[in-house]
Design a protein around this ligand. Structure first.
Ligand code: NAG
Ligand code: NAG
Ligand code: NAG
Length: 392
Protein backbone atom coordinates (compact mmCIF):
# COMPACT_ATOMS: atom_id res chain seq x y z
CA UNK A 1 0.00 0.00 0.00
CA UNK A 2 2.70 2.47 1.00
CA UNK A 3 4.54 1.58 -2.20
CA UNK A 4 1.57 2.60 -4.34
CA UNK A 5 1.09 5.83 -2.45
CA UNK A 6 4.74 6.62 -2.79
CA UNK A 7 4.52 5.89 -6.54
CA UNK A 8 1.41 8.10 -6.94
CA UNK A 9 3.11 10.91 -5.05
CA UNK A 10 6.22 10.42 -7.11
CA UNK A 11 4.35 10.56 -10.43
CA UNK A 12 1.99 13.28 -9.25
CA UNK A 13 4.65 15.72 -8.17
CA UNK A 14 7.02 15.05 -11.05
CA UNK A 15 4.51 14.79 -13.89
CA UNK A 16 5.72 17.87 -15.67
CA UNK A 17 9.43 17.13 -15.28
CA UNK A 18 10.13 13.85 -17.09
CA UNK A 19 11.41 11.40 -14.53
CA UNK A 20 14.26 9.35 -15.83
CA UNK A 21 13.65 5.59 -15.97
CA UNK A 22 16.92 5.12 -14.08
CA UNK A 23 15.52 6.59 -10.90
CA UNK A 24 12.42 4.42 -11.24
CA UNK A 25 14.49 1.33 -11.79
CA UNK A 26 16.72 2.11 -8.82
CA UNK A 27 13.69 2.60 -6.72
CA UNK A 28 12.14 -0.71 -7.79
CA UNK A 29 15.40 -2.55 -7.38
CA UNK A 30 15.76 -1.30 -3.82
CA UNK A 31 12.25 -2.42 -3.10
CA UNK A 32 12.93 -5.80 -4.71
CA UNK A 33 16.12 -6.23 -2.74
CA UNK A 34 14.26 -5.54 0.46
CA UNK A 35 11.60 -8.00 -0.54
CA UNK A 36 14.24 -10.58 -1.45
CA UNK A 37 15.92 -10.03 1.88
CA UNK A 38 12.66 -10.58 3.65
CA UNK A 39 11.98 -13.63 1.50
CA UNK A 40 15.42 -15.06 2.35
CA UNK A 41 14.81 -14.40 6.02
CA UNK A 42 11.42 -15.96 5.69
CA UNK A 43 12.85 -19.01 3.90
CA UNK A 44 15.52 -19.35 6.56
CA UNK A 45 12.89 -19.16 9.26
CA UNK A 46 10.85 -21.69 7.37
CA UNK A 47 13.84 -24.03 7.10
CA UNK A 48 14.48 -23.69 10.81
CA UNK A 49 10.84 -24.33 11.44
CA UNK A 50 10.99 -27.37 9.10
CA UNK A 51 14.02 -28.71 10.96
CA UNK A 52 12.20 -28.24 14.24
CA UNK A 53 9.14 -29.95 12.83
CA UNK A 54 11.32 -32.78 11.59
CA UNK A 55 12.88 -33.11 15.05
CA UNK A 56 9.44 -33.11 16.62
CA UNK A 57 8.24 -35.76 14.15
CA UNK A 58 11.34 -37.84 14.84
CA UNK A 59 10.68 -37.53 18.54
CA UNK A 60 7.03 -38.47 18.05
CA UNK A 61 8.06 -41.39 15.87
CA UNK A 62 10.49 -42.58 18.56
CA UNK A 63 7.79 -42.25 21.20
CA UNK A 64 5.36 -44.14 18.96
CA UNK A 65 7.85 -46.98 18.64
CA UNK A 66 8.31 -47.00 22.39
CA UNK A 67 4.57 -46.94 22.77
CA UNK A 68 4.22 -49.89 20.41
CA UNK A 69 6.78 -51.89 22.40
CA UNK A 70 5.00 -50.96 25.61
CA UNK A 71 1.64 -51.76 24.08
CA UNK A 72 2.74 -55.23 22.98
CA UNK A 73 4.25 -55.78 26.45
CA UNK A 74 1.02 -54.74 28.09
CA UNK A 75 -0.90 -56.91 25.64
CA UNK A 76 1.33 -59.84 26.57
CA UNK A 77 0.59 -59.25 30.25
CA UNK A 78 -3.10 -58.87 29.58
CA UNK A 79 -3.09 -62.11 27.56
CA UNK A 80 -1.36 -63.97 30.39
CA UNK A 81 -3.72 -62.51 32.95
CA UNK A 82 -6.67 -63.39 30.71
CA UNK A 83 -5.40 -66.96 30.37
CA UNK A 84 -4.96 -67.29 34.15
CA UNK A 85 -8.36 -65.72 34.71
CA UNK A 86 -9.87 -68.19 32.29
CA UNK A 87 -8.28 -71.06 34.20
CA UNK A 88 -9.48 -69.68 37.50
CA UNK A 89 -12.98 -69.39 36.07
CA UNK A 90 -12.80 -72.97 34.89
CA UNK A 91 -11.55 -74.00 38.37
CA UNK A 92 -14.54 -72.35 39.96
CA UNK A 93 -16.85 -73.97 37.44
CA UNK A 94 -15.28 -77.36 38.04
CA UNK A 95 -15.57 -77.03 41.79
CA UNK A 96 -19.16 -75.83 41.55
CA UNK A 97 -20.04 -78.77 39.34
CA UNK A 98 -18.32 -81.18 41.64
CA UNK A 99 -19.69 -79.89 44.90
CA UNK A 100 -23.42 -80.49 44.58
CA UNK A 101 -25.44 -77.74 46.18
CA UNK A 102 -28.83 -78.11 47.77
CA UNK A 103 -30.59 -75.96 45.18
CA UNK A 104 -34.34 -75.56 45.12
CA UNK A 105 -35.75 -77.44 42.14
CA UNK A 106 -39.35 -77.85 41.07
CA UNK A 107 -40.06 -81.28 39.72
CA UNK A 108 -42.91 -83.34 38.35
CA UNK A 109 -44.48 -85.87 40.71
CA UNK A 110 -43.59 -88.73 38.41
CA UNK A 111 -39.94 -87.74 38.57
CA UNK A 112 -39.88 -87.11 42.28
CA UNK A 113 -39.10 -90.63 43.38
CA UNK A 114 -36.28 -90.93 40.90
CA UNK A 115 -34.86 -87.55 41.88
CA UNK A 116 -34.98 -88.33 45.57
CA UNK A 117 -33.15 -91.58 44.94
CA UNK A 118 -30.50 -89.76 42.95
CA UNK A 119 -30.10 -87.08 45.57
CA UNK A 120 -29.63 -89.73 48.22
CA UNK A 121 -26.95 -91.35 46.06
CA UNK A 122 -25.22 -88.01 45.59
CA UNK A 123 -25.29 -87.31 49.30
CA UNK A 124 -23.75 -90.65 50.18
CA UNK A 125 -21.10 -90.13 47.52
CA UNK A 126 -20.20 -86.73 48.95
CA UNK A 127 -20.22 -88.15 52.46
CA UNK A 128 -17.80 -90.96 51.61
CA UNK A 129 -15.50 -88.51 49.90
CA UNK A 130 -15.58 -86.25 52.94
CA UNK A 131 -14.98 -89.12 55.30
CA UNK A 132 -12.04 -90.34 53.26
CA UNK A 133 -10.70 -86.94 52.41
CA UNK A 134 -10.90 -84.81 55.50
CA UNK A 135 -7.29 -85.17 56.46
CA UNK A 136 -4.11 -83.35 55.64
CA UNK A 137 -0.50 -84.32 56.06
CA UNK A 138 1.19 -82.89 59.13
CA UNK A 139 4.36 -84.91 59.39
CA UNK A 140 6.31 -88.09 58.67
CA UNK A 141 5.71 -90.56 61.48
CA UNK A 142 8.30 -93.17 60.63
CA UNK A 143 10.70 -94.50 58.05
CA UNK A 144 11.27 -98.15 57.20
CA UNK A 145 13.85 -99.33 54.69
CA UNK A 146 12.51 -102.61 53.32
CA UNK A 147 14.95 -103.54 50.57
CA UNK A 148 17.88 -102.44 48.43
CA UNK A 149 17.40 -103.48 44.81
CA UNK A 150 17.78 -102.15 41.28
CA UNK A 151 19.31 -98.88 40.08
CA UNK A 152 19.89 -95.73 42.11
CA UNK A 153 16.80 -94.29 40.41
CA UNK A 154 13.46 -95.98 39.94
CA UNK A 155 10.07 -96.30 41.51
CA UNK A 156 7.97 -98.87 43.29
CA UNK A 157 4.42 -98.94 44.60
CA UNK A 158 1.69 -101.02 46.09
CA UNK A 159 -1.42 -101.65 44.01
CA UNK A 160 -4.11 -99.23 45.28
CA UNK A 161 -6.90 -101.56 44.13
CA UNK A 162 -9.08 -102.70 47.02
CA UNK A 163 -7.99 -106.06 48.34
CA UNK A 164 -4.77 -106.19 46.36
CA UNK A 165 -1.41 -106.40 48.09
CA UNK A 166 0.64 -106.58 44.92
CA UNK A 167 3.92 -104.72 44.63
CA UNK A 168 5.18 -103.28 41.35
CA UNK A 169 8.83 -102.51 40.75
CA UNK A 170 10.30 -100.25 38.00
CA UNK A 171 14.11 -100.09 38.11
CA UNK A 172 16.01 -97.37 36.23
CA UNK A 173 14.61 -94.57 34.10
CA UNK A 174 13.69 -96.45 30.94
CA UNK A 175 12.82 -100.09 30.19
CA UNK A 176 9.98 -102.13 28.76
CA UNK A 177 9.96 -104.44 31.75
CA UNK A 178 8.55 -104.16 35.23
CA UNK A 179 8.48 -106.68 38.04
CA UNK A 180 5.48 -107.69 40.14
CA UNK A 181 5.30 -109.45 43.53
CA UNK A 182 2.28 -110.95 45.23
CA UNK A 183 2.87 -109.00 48.46
CA UNK A 184 5.33 -106.86 50.38
CA UNK A 185 6.50 -110.02 52.13
CA UNK A 186 7.28 -111.74 48.81
CA UNK A 187 9.06 -108.59 47.69
CA UNK A 188 11.28 -108.40 50.77
CA UNK A 189 11.98 -112.15 50.87
CA UNK A 190 15.56 -113.03 50.12
CA UNK A 191 14.35 -115.87 47.92
CA UNK A 192 11.96 -113.64 46.03
CA UNK A 193 13.50 -114.14 42.57
CA UNK A 194 11.56 -117.35 42.04
CA UNK A 195 8.28 -115.63 42.89
CA UNK A 196 8.88 -112.62 40.68
CA UNK A 197 6.46 -111.98 37.87
CA UNK A 198 8.18 -110.32 34.89
CA UNK A 199 5.82 -108.06 32.97
CA UNK A 200 7.00 -107.12 29.48
CA UNK A 201 5.16 -104.12 28.09
CA UNK A 202 4.54 -103.63 24.35
CA UNK A 203 6.22 -100.19 24.49
CA UNK A 204 8.92 -98.85 26.85
CA UNK A 205 8.36 -96.46 29.75
CA UNK A 206 10.40 -93.37 30.62
CA UNK A 207 11.12 -91.63 33.91
CA UNK A 208 9.98 -92.59 37.38
CA UNK A 209 6.38 -91.34 37.29
CA UNK A 210 4.43 -94.56 36.63
CA UNK A 211 1.15 -95.44 38.28
CA UNK A 212 -0.84 -98.60 38.84
CA UNK A 213 -4.62 -98.24 39.02
CA UNK A 214 -7.33 -100.93 38.95
CA UNK A 215 -5.54 -103.51 36.83
CA UNK A 216 -3.76 -101.09 34.53
CA UNK A 217 -0.34 -99.52 34.37
CA UNK A 218 -0.16 -95.86 33.31
CA UNK A 219 3.17 -94.51 32.12
CA UNK A 220 5.03 -91.93 30.06
CA UNK A 221 5.91 -93.53 26.73
CA UNK A 222 9.68 -93.38 26.07
CA UNK A 223 10.90 -91.13 23.21
CA UNK A 224 7.83 -88.92 23.37
CA UNK A 225 7.38 -85.56 25.05
CA UNK A 226 3.95 -86.00 26.49
CA UNK A 227 2.34 -89.31 25.58
CA UNK A 228 0.73 -91.29 28.38
CA UNK A 229 -0.17 -94.95 27.83
CA UNK A 230 -2.67 -97.11 29.63
CA UNK A 231 -1.78 -100.80 29.40
CA UNK A 232 -3.72 -103.76 30.73
CA UNK A 233 -1.52 -105.59 33.21
CA UNK A 234 -2.77 -109.12 32.53
CA UNK A 235 -2.74 -109.23 28.71
CA UNK A 236 -0.40 -106.24 28.10
CA UNK A 237 -2.53 -104.53 25.49
CA UNK A 238 -2.50 -100.76 25.08
CA UNK A 239 -6.07 -99.72 25.84
CA UNK A 240 -5.68 -95.93 25.70
CA UNK A 241 -3.25 -93.19 24.81
CA UNK A 242 -3.21 -89.51 25.71
CA UNK A 243 -1.09 -86.60 24.49
CA UNK A 244 -1.11 -84.30 27.52
CA UNK A 245 -1.28 -80.71 26.16
CA UNK A 246 1.75 -78.55 26.98
CA UNK A 247 3.47 -81.24 29.04
CA UNK A 248 6.92 -82.77 28.75
CA UNK A 249 8.88 -79.68 27.70
CA UNK A 250 10.99 -79.63 30.86
CA UNK A 251 11.60 -82.02 33.81
CA UNK A 252 8.78 -82.10 36.33
CA UNK A 253 11.38 -81.70 39.11
CA UNK A 254 14.75 -80.05 38.55
CA UNK A 255 16.46 -82.68 40.73
CA UNK A 256 14.97 -85.58 38.75
CA UNK A 257 15.71 -84.65 35.17
CA UNK A 258 14.52 -87.99 33.73
CA UNK A 259 10.94 -87.51 34.85
CA UNK A 260 8.94 -85.29 32.51
CA UNK A 261 5.52 -86.59 33.47
CA UNK A 262 4.71 -87.79 36.96
CA UNK A 263 1.55 -89.80 37.46
CA UNK A 264 0.00 -90.07 40.91
CA UNK A 265 -2.92 -91.79 42.59
CA UNK A 266 -4.90 -90.50 45.55
CA UNK A 267 -8.40 -90.86 47.04
CA UNK A 268 -9.84 -88.90 44.10
CA UNK A 269 -8.20 -91.00 41.38
CA UNK A 270 -5.50 -90.54 38.79
CA UNK A 271 -3.40 -87.39 38.37
CA UNK A 272 -0.60 -86.16 36.17
CA UNK A 273 1.99 -83.61 37.32
CA UNK A 274 4.35 -81.69 35.05
CA UNK A 275 6.27 -78.39 34.97
CA UNK A 276 5.37 -75.63 32.53
CA UNK A 277 8.20 -73.48 31.07
CA UNK A 278 5.65 -70.80 30.03
CA UNK A 279 4.62 -70.54 33.67
CA UNK A 280 8.10 -69.97 35.13
CA UNK A 281 8.61 -73.71 35.66
CA UNK A 282 5.71 -73.98 38.06
CA UNK A 283 3.94 -77.31 38.41
CA UNK A 284 0.68 -77.94 36.62
CA UNK A 285 -1.58 -80.72 37.86
CA UNK A 286 -4.13 -82.51 35.70
CA UNK A 287 -6.95 -84.72 36.88
CA UNK A 288 -7.29 -87.65 34.50
CA UNK A 289 -10.24 -89.96 34.05
CA UNK A 290 -8.63 -93.34 34.65
CA UNK A 291 -11.26 -95.09 32.49
CA UNK A 292 -11.04 -93.05 29.30
CA UNK A 293 -7.68 -91.38 30.01
CA UNK A 294 -9.34 -88.04 29.23
CA UNK A 295 -8.31 -84.77 30.85
CA UNK A 296 -10.91 -83.79 33.46
CA UNK A 297 -9.36 -80.57 34.66
CA UNK A 298 -6.05 -78.70 34.91
CA UNK A 299 -4.75 -76.44 37.68
CA UNK A 300 -1.75 -74.09 37.66
CA UNK A 301 -0.08 -74.37 41.03
CA UNK A 302 2.12 -71.89 42.86
CA UNK A 303 4.73 -74.63 43.42
CA UNK A 304 7.93 -74.38 41.41
CA UNK A 305 9.89 -77.30 39.96
CA UNK A 306 13.23 -75.72 40.91
CA UNK A 307 15.02 -77.83 43.54
CA UNK A 308 12.03 -80.15 43.70
CA UNK A 309 12.74 -83.88 43.70
CA UNK A 310 9.26 -85.41 43.82
CA UNK A 311 5.66 -84.78 44.75
CA UNK A 312 2.49 -86.65 45.59
CA UNK A 313 -1.24 -86.04 45.92
CA UNK A 314 -3.44 -86.66 48.98
CA UNK A 315 -7.17 -85.83 48.75
CA UNK A 316 -6.65 -83.42 45.87
CA UNK A 317 -3.77 -81.67 47.61
CA UNK A 318 -0.36 -81.52 45.98
CA UNK A 319 2.64 -81.86 48.30
CA UNK A 320 5.96 -80.95 46.68
CA UNK A 321 9.20 -82.28 48.16
CA UNK A 322 12.36 -80.19 47.81
CA UNK A 323 16.00 -81.01 48.33
CA UNK A 324 19.37 -79.73 47.13
CA UNK A 325 21.66 -80.67 44.26
CA UNK A 326 24.04 -82.61 46.51
CA UNK A 327 21.30 -84.61 48.21
CA UNK A 328 20.21 -83.39 51.61
CA UNK A 329 17.32 -83.62 53.96
CA UNK A 330 14.09 -83.65 51.96
CA UNK A 331 11.24 -81.44 53.03
CA UNK A 332 7.76 -80.52 51.84
CA UNK A 333 7.88 -76.80 51.18
CA UNK A 334 4.96 -76.22 48.89
CA UNK A 335 1.37 -77.35 49.15
CA UNK A 336 -1.43 -76.72 46.64
CA UNK A 337 -5.03 -77.58 47.47
CA UNK A 338 -7.53 -77.72 44.59
CA UNK A 339 -10.41 -77.22 47.04
CA UNK A 340 -8.70 -74.35 48.88
CA UNK A 341 -9.61 -75.82 52.26
CA UNK A 342 -6.07 -75.92 53.61
CA UNK A 343 -4.32 -72.72 54.58
CA UNK A 344 -1.35 -73.53 52.41
CA UNK A 345 0.67 -70.51 53.54
CA UNK A 346 0.41 -71.45 57.17
CA UNK A 347 1.30 -75.10 56.64
CA UNK A 348 4.58 -75.69 58.40
CA UNK A 349 7.48 -77.27 56.54
CA UNK A 350 7.38 -81.04 56.85
CA UNK A 351 10.79 -82.67 57.08
CA UNK A 352 11.56 -86.23 56.11
CA UNK A 353 13.63 -88.25 58.60
CA UNK A 354 17.36 -87.58 58.36
CA UNK A 355 18.89 -89.68 55.58
CA UNK A 356 20.78 -87.13 53.45
CA UNK A 357 20.01 -88.77 50.14
CA UNK A 358 17.46 -88.04 47.46
CA UNK A 359 14.15 -89.50 46.33
CA UNK A 360 13.57 -90.42 42.70
CA UNK A 361 9.92 -91.25 43.39
CA UNK A 362 7.32 -91.00 46.16
CA UNK A 363 4.11 -92.98 45.60
CA UNK A 364 1.20 -92.41 47.93
CA UNK A 365 -1.11 -95.31 48.77
CA UNK A 366 -4.60 -93.95 49.63
CA UNK A 367 -5.63 -96.87 51.84
CA UNK A 368 -2.36 -97.46 53.69
CA UNK A 369 -1.73 -93.70 54.08
CA UNK A 370 1.88 -94.48 53.36
CA UNK A 371 4.49 -93.33 50.87
CA UNK A 372 6.41 -95.91 48.88
CA UNK A 373 9.71 -94.19 48.21
CA UNK A 374 12.74 -94.97 46.07
CA UNK A 375 15.55 -93.45 48.09
CA UNK A 376 18.84 -93.76 46.21
CA UNK A 377 18.21 -97.47 45.44
CA UNK A 378 16.66 -98.23 48.85
CA UNK A 379 12.96 -99.11 48.82
CA UNK A 380 11.57 -97.20 51.74
CA UNK A 381 8.15 -96.81 53.35
CA UNK A 382 7.12 -93.61 55.13
CA UNK A 383 4.18 -93.70 57.50
CA UNK A 384 2.36 -90.38 57.51
CA UNK A 385 0.93 -88.25 60.30
CA UNK A 386 -2.46 -86.91 59.31
CA UNK A 387 -4.74 -84.30 60.85
CA UNK A 388 -8.46 -83.84 60.32
CA UNK A 389 -9.28 -80.68 58.45
CA UNK A 390 -12.27 -78.87 59.86
CA UNK A 391 -14.18 -77.58 56.90
CA UNK A 392 -14.46 -73.82 56.71
C1 NAG B 1 15.27 -103.77 32.14
O1 NAG B 1 14.76 -104.41 33.30
C2 NAG B 1 15.25 -105.72 33.49
C3 NAG B 1 14.52 -106.28 34.68
O2 NAG B 1 14.53 -105.40 35.76
C4 NAG B 1 16.76 -105.67 33.67
O3 NAG B 1 17.25 -107.00 33.81
C5 NAG B 1 17.40 -105.00 32.46
O4 NAG B 1 18.78 -104.86 32.67
C6 NAG B 1 16.78 -103.63 32.23
N1 NAG B 1 17.28 -103.04 31.04
C7 NAG B 1 17.84 -101.84 31.01
C8 NAG B 1 18.28 -101.34 29.68
O5 NAG B 1 17.98 -101.17 32.03
C1 NAG C 1 16.12 -119.80 49.88
O1 NAG C 1 15.66 -121.01 49.30
C2 NAG C 1 16.55 -122.09 49.39
C3 NAG C 1 15.96 -123.29 48.72
O2 NAG C 1 14.95 -122.96 47.82
C4 NAG C 1 16.81 -122.39 50.87
O3 NAG C 1 17.76 -123.43 50.99
C5 NAG C 1 17.35 -121.14 51.56
O4 NAG C 1 17.46 -121.42 52.95
C6 NAG C 1 16.39 -119.98 51.35
N1 NAG C 1 16.98 -118.76 51.92
C7 NAG C 1 16.31 -117.96 52.73
C8 NAG C 1 17.07 -116.77 53.22
O5 NAG C 1 15.17 -118.17 53.05
C1 NAG D 1 -7.38 -107.79 27.94
O1 NAG D 1 -8.05 -108.09 29.14
C2 NAG D 1 -9.20 -107.32 29.40
C3 NAG D 1 -9.77 -107.72 30.75
O2 NAG D 1 -9.69 -109.07 30.97
C4 NAG D 1 -10.21 -107.48 28.27
O3 NAG D 1 -11.32 -106.66 28.49
C5 NAG D 1 -9.56 -107.13 26.95
O4 NAG D 1 -10.46 -107.37 25.89
C6 NAG D 1 -8.31 -107.93 26.76
N1 NAG D 1 -7.67 -107.53 25.52
C7 NAG D 1 -7.19 -108.39 24.65
C8 NAG D 1 -6.63 -107.83 23.40
O5 NAG D 1 -7.22 -109.61 24.84
Amino acid sequence: MSLIITLVLLFGTTQTQRTTPDIMMQYFQRQLQQLEGRMAKCEQDFQQFGQKMYDVFKEIHGQTNKMNVLRSEVKGHVDTVAMRLDRVERDVEYLQNNIPEAAHVEIEDSLLEHQVKEAKLKKTAVFTKDKECSSMLTGIKSLKIVKKAGDTTGSWMKDPTKGSAKIYFFSGTTNNTLLAYASLKTFTDYNSTKKTEVIRLPLPWYGTGHAIYSGFVYYHLADTNNEILKVHLSNRTVTDRLLLPGAGRMPAYSLNTNTLLDLAVDEMGLWSIHADPDFGGNLVITKLDHNSLAVEHTWDTNCNSRNAEASFMICGVLYVVYNSDYGGRSSIQCVFDIHDTIYTESTAKVFFPKRYTSHSALCYHPKDKQLYAWDDGYQTIYKLDMKKVTST
